[in-house]
Design a protein around this ligand. Sequence first.
Ligand code: HGY
Ligand code: MN
Ligand code: MN
Length: 424
Amino acid sequence: MTTDSSSEPLIDIDRLKRDILELAKIGQDPATRGVTRLGFSDADMQARSWLMTRIADAGGSAGLDGAGNVVGRFAGAADLPPVLVGSHIDSVPAGGMFDGTLGVLAGVEAMRTLGDLNRTLHRPVEVIAFADEEGRFGGMFGAQAVCGQLTADWIHNAHDVDGIRLADAMQAQGLDPMAALDAARRPDDIHAYLELHIEQGPVLEQERKNIGLVDGIAGVFKWIVRLVGKAAHAGTSPMHMRSDAFMGLADFAHEISRIIEEDGSAHSRLTVGKVELLPGNPHTIPGEVIFSLVGRDMSPQVMSDLADSCRKVLSAIARRHHLKFEFEQLSWLEPQGCDAGLLQVFEDHADRLGLSHLHMPSGAGHDTQFMACLTRAALIFVPSVGGTSHAPDEWTHWVDAENGANVLLRTLAAVADEGTPKTA
Ligand code: HGY
Ligand code: MN
Ligand code: MN
């Protein structure tokens, strides 16, 4: 822990690095270094208790709210609505060790640093790790719970791509799924929300910038699509007499670039990330294909245009191949802008730390996009090596992690000290 020449605080990167490396071990495959901590899995819950211990060691009081979000509270001089700082510690399958965890652990390190300096901020601070940010069960469960956007129906019906129900997964961890409805906070319960995250893309590295100031976050929709044809013998069925579900998917794959050209924008993304062919026997024509489809854009209108176009194209393909087409929408998360005032505070502190910065959009979804529905919220990025993320070789150089954590620390202190009574 140090302070700079103007006695402004600086984080201790060795402590932050140690936390990131230690947390990475929970759910990590030693062979690939990939981290798997799916929402409400054993590894995810083990990581939550590890984090609560870390928060307590740093002088906070930690617990789980009704949605399973880890909330670590650090007292302020005045009992006022807190500033929330954080991100998530759940991961995608075989993900990286910086996605989400950097923002949460940088929040803990910021409070540890201020504690070392015996500096109590005017307002309380809550370090938060949102549950299931990666949307295993659709959406961003923890952040949506805090924003009061969940319904009992949605909680009851939510399931993952393998059909495992959210309610069952939570109950298996001793949690009451419906308690998530009690995690809702009101706008005047929170002063502001700040998040630090890795960029997960190549822009900052290519532009050689230290800090990304995120103006807006893309919206995301997630479908599970089924094309149902007829399983039949692969040798006796003439090619023109088949209802081959795989060929339906193959045709759709070739249509994706046209859909984006005609109905999308430069920010549009359509991704088929998981496919299941049934019955999955090499000598049987696939009678069914089940696949995920994730669509993204910065504009709500373009998102719905993309969805409409995918629906029309899949219907036409189903007719052409004598298939039945159906889909389930697991989630629809609206695009969201970040608070310009908070971004300015982030920018001023980046300048004072001598760090270069770049205003940019986020193609990935983040908890900030929900917290912005409740309070002032803003997000900054640090560079990802090679733009890689959601993969074992996700990496961010420690100096970049340190830069981001210092900008977060300084901004957190400035925002939490807003309204401090002037001493006479
Ligand atoms: O996939 C995303 O946009 C984020 O990582 N949840
Ligand atoms: Mn993330
Ligand atoms: Mn992610």
